[in-house]
Design a protein around this ligand. Structure first.
Ligand SMILES: Nc1ncnc2c1ncn2[C@@H]1O[C@H](COP(=O)(O)OP(=O)(O)O)[C@@H](O)[C@H]1O
Ligand SMILES: [Mg+2]
Length: 376
């Protein structure tokens, strides 16, 4: 089980003094999976305090610098609040913490269709940022892709069928990508619904720069498609069109890009599938005998732990399938001819397109609501 921080472990007076906040009130926040976060209210306003449980000091500092940099460049996101003396990251116990301004609004699941074009536009504008303007020399390259260490884990997965399925599809993706390299851009890497706030003024803000990297913008768009354009677990043409329409307002897709996008959506789904399985079955496996049902009570940490356990079970049963979906139909707007050809090539293999290619993705609802798990 991941180690999360609870409210009683936080030295509130020390924290308030460090950020000159006066008297503060702390409320745990749900959402996200990697860190512990709290809403902090005081006379000077509302903030989010994130205990970066999954970070060491230097990765925490990078996260803060990247968040600060994109905010400074006008990307609608949260503002990092420095401590007295200017540090963007401080230490609480043995963990790094970051304080950010609260964005009034809500995470809406699913993100309503009228907001999807704006999400697409924000993503395309991010891709247009130059590294130089960002002013951070340490943006990782291709960090959202499965690393060689990740790949080495796959053959060890207890679920051999899933491992074979994943390997097979990753090989196909690699073969296609090898023939179509695109210039890298600054990408978000995780534009899922819980990283988007619909603000009170009706506009969007994007959170969570943990996976910022330099990479193929189409893979990033594929991530956003998996994260934002599904409806009840199915990639929804109307939603995808809305997302892509906004993206295209800022960065119109070429025919080649439109043709390449379905495979990048698949690639994104495979990456998420890997991480879900790895997190819930390898890194933080279900403790033996842990209950998977029953009344959820107690602290939010316990509640979240139960949710993880349930997610484990769901991963294991993926093929028998809970919330199961297929990419029934790769869809993209405008239907340029090369895209139509790509779609036809998927379709002609069988009546339900991607399913007939062996592609079947299963979404599981858990702390990462849009995670895509395994399929048969
Ligand atoms: N600045 C903020 N304003 C309002 N809500 C926030 C803010 N930061 C985080 N949240 C809430 O916390 C959740 C998780 O935040 P996020 O930064 O994505 O953390 P994680 O890295 O754990 O996913 C979000 O889905 C949102 O509900
Ligand atoms: Mg998040």
């Amino acid at each position: 089980m991941a180690k999360y921080t609870t409210a009683d472990q936080i030295d509130l007076p020390a924290l308030a003094q460090r950020y000159e906040l006066g008297r503060v009130r702390l409320t745990p926040l749900v959402g996200g999976a990697a860190n512990s976060r709290f809403r902090l209210s005081c006379a000077s306003g509302k903030f989010v305090l994130t205990i970066l449980d999954s970070h060491d000091w230097s990765s925490a500092q990078r996260l803060a610098a990247h968040t600060h940099a994109v905010f400074r460049l006008g990307v609608p996101t949260t503002e990092v609040v420095p401590a007295v003396g200017g540090a963007l990251i401080t230490q609480l116990g043995d963990r790094p913490v970051i304080l950010k301004k609260w964005i009034p609004g809500e995470v809406r699941q699913p993100l309503p269709v009228p907001h999807l074009p704006e999400a697409g536009r924000i993503l395309a504008r991010l891709h247009a940022l130059s590294l130089r303007s960002l002013g951070c020399g340490d943006i990782p390259v291709g960090a959202r892709r499965l690393s060689s260490n990740h790949m080495a884990e796959i053959p060890r997965f207890a679920d051999g069928d899933f491992a074979a399925w994943l390997t097979d599809w990753l090989d196909r993706v690699r073969a296609v990508e090898a023939e179509n390299e695109r210039p890298s851009r600054v990408v978000h890497g995780d534009l899922l619904v819980d990283n988007v706030i619909v603000r009170e003024d009706g506009r969007l803000s994007v959170l969570d720069w943990e996976t910022i990297s330099l990479d193929d913008p189409l893979l990033d768009l594929g991530m956003a498609a998996v994260g934002l354009a599904q409806d009840g677990g199915v990639l929804a043409p109307r939603r995808l069109d809305a997302l892509l329409a906004g993206f295209g307002d800022v960065a119109p897709l070429s025919d080649d890009d439109a043709a390449a996008l379905p495979m990048e959506i698949v690639h994104a789904a495979l990456i998420i599938a890997f991480h879900r399985y790895y997190r819930h079955n390898v890194r933080f496996p279900d403790p033996p005998g842990a209950p998977s049902t029953g009344r959820w009570s107690g602290s939010w940490t316990r509640w979240r732990r139960r949710l993880h356990c349930l997610a484990d079970k769901r991963c294991d049963r993926a093929r028998r399938s809970l919330i199961c979906f297929m990419l029934r139909r790769p869809v993209w707007p405008g239907e340029p001819s090369s895209a139509s050809t790509a779609r036809a090539s998927l379709r002609e293999r069988g009546p339900s397109g991607a399913e007939a290619c062996g592609l079947r993705l299963t979404a599981t609802k858990s702390t990462r609501p849009l995670g895509v798990s395994v399929g048969g």
